[in-house]
Design a binder for this molecule. Structure first.
Ligand code: 2HG
Ligand code: ZN
Length: 476
């Protein structure tokens, strides 16, 4: 068992000797922001934030902590939606910030790979890929802050999963510091490599509970040469799904994102986010955002988009549409989608359900979960939005107007269970892309119990026998 008393001064002194004064924060004014999540749902406490500048330093820190039995909470951009990077309140856990490990180690446009350290932001990684004429095909709303290590540790998904898969699908190699401080250098850039168990995939999605990802080799894609984006008002989620299947049938390889938004969510964004505006004549009850992209030249994407939309307008699947005419308009349309989390936060207390169902069942999920939640708490406001093209909906619930936020948040389990009952009936998952963190371990026995959870527990015991790697996360 890890130690639950505050780390001894001697340990902190030994860590300081490794990382230097600049690498160790101990003043609460400096450490407090790291000890709480961005929604301030989890407010923990730590006696220090350790900020190593190299993998070797990080490994030395882990070795010291392992010897002392002191737990570590790895942290990237601190954008977790499930408290995955927040320490608990007793002050015994140290935060290990990856931020200073942020170098691009290599970019190879022939191998189509980017080798990058864990503390680089996703945005910086995308920019490095673009500078080399390539695309890193992973895009999430928090990409300006989220860091590669966290993105991989949580197997982030985001907007382009429909075309390129999740973070997991982009990883060719990893460098990981194990729970005893040993460094595993698995930074291979091979497209084929069948040499035993696929260790890198064990660490991807393990949320820092098995080891700490310090660098990765990511797969790149050809840079898009044509891009077309549209925002559509649609009469129902069923119509949105119909539209999606029409695009997939018309030119399957070009759909890069297909996002659903409710009228409620868009209304919150327009209310709370300065400069956000609807590029349509009237607000609607439901919206679809489509992004087509192709690396081919003269592919006629714009014409393709118009052709599908004309048919959909004629058939009543779409009631109005705006096609972006410039980069600025494209960004403005995406803003309506990407500001959902921030707008929801400003509107009041909300309970998040990052769930997935088979794509064909998304409309049924939205319909049934809305009815169930409205029956549970009168006045509750359902704000479903997200990645319809891959079946991942953020079925978020906003407090009734004027209700006490604390009262609302105290019912989070009842709300989540209500949504999850529908998700289960539709053969879905209780966590699609945000992970389990400290919000959802209680769901694990029910959803992943039996052999699956037992194997996970054996893996955890084998790789982290002292239980010092991000304790309290993922496993109940
Ligand atoms: C997104 O898709 C993120 O924008 C955040 O996954 C979703 O706030 C949320 O629930
Ligand atoms: Zn999302």
């Amino acid at each position: 068992m890890p130690d639950t008393s505050p780390p001894a001064a001697a340990l902190l002194a030994a860590i300081r000797a490794v990382v230097g004064d600049h690498g160790l924060l101990t003043d609460p004014a400096d450490t407090d922001p790291y000890a709480q999540d961005w929604r301030r749902l989890y407010v923990g406490h730590t006696s220090a934030v350790v900020r190593p500048a190299s993998t070797a330093e990080l490994a030395d820190v882990v070795r010291l902590c392992a010897r002392a039995g002191v737990s570590l909470v790895p942290q990237g951009g601190n954008t977790s939606m499930v408290g995955g990077a927040t320490p608990d309140a007793d002050g015994s856990q140290l935060i290990l910030s990856l931020s200073r490990l942020n170098r691009v180690r290599d970019i190879d446009p022939v191998d189509m790979t980017l080798t990058i350290e864990a503390g680089a932001t996703l945005k910086a990684a995308q920019t490095a890929a673009a500078d080399a004429g390539c695309l890193l095909p992973l895009s999430i709303s928090s990409e300006g802050s989220a860091q590669i290590g966290g993105v991989l540790a949580t197997n982030a998904g985001g907007n382009n999963t429909v075309r390129y898969g999740n973070a997991r699908d982009l990883v060719l190699g990893l460098e990981v510091v194990l729970a005893d401080g040993e460094i595993w250098n698995g930074l291979r850039r091979l497209r084929k490599d069948n040499t035993g168990y696929c260790l890198r995939q064990l660490f991807v999605g393990s949320e820092g509970t098995l080891g700490i990802i310090t660098a990765a080799v990511l797969k790149l894609a050809p840079r898009p040469r044509e891009l077309a984006v549209a925002l559509c008002a649609v009469p129902s989620p069923d119509a949105a799904l119909d539209l999606f299947t029409r695009f997939q049938a018309h030119d399957p390889a070009s759909v890069q994102a297909f996002e659903y938004m409710s009228g409620q969510g868009v209304q919150f964004v327009i209310r709370h986010i300065q400069g956000a505006a609807l590029p349509l004549a009237e607000p609607a009850a439901h919206y679809a955002l489509i992004e087509l992209a192709t690396p081919r030249t003269n592919a006629g994407l714009r014409a393709s988009l118009e052709q599908v939309l004309e048919g959909a307008l004629a058939d009543g699947i779409v009631s109005d549409a705006a096609i972006a005419e410039s980069d600025a308009q494209r960004a403005a349309i995406w803003r309506l989608r990407e500001e959902h989390s921030e707008a929801q936060k400003r509107e009041g207390a909300s309970v998040k359900n990052d769930v997935s169902v088979p794509v064909s069942k998304v409309p049924e999920l939205i319909r049934r979960a809305t009815i169930a939640c409205e029956a549970l708490i009168p006045g509750i406001r359902a704000v479903p939005f997200g990645h319809m093209g891959d079946g991942n909906i953020h079925f978020n619930l906003e407090q009734p107007p004027g209700a006490d936020p604390a009262w609302f948040l105290a019912q989070d389990h009842a709300i989540m269970d209500t949504v999850n009952d529908v998700v289960r009936a539709l053969d879905g998952s209780f966590s699609a892309e945000h992970g389990v963190g400290q919000l959802k371990p209680y769901m694990m026995p029910d959803w992943r119990g039996g052999a699956e959870l037992a194997v996970m527990q054996r893996i955890k015991a084998a790789l982290d026998p002292r239980g010092i790697m991000n304790p309290g996360k993922v496993l109940p």
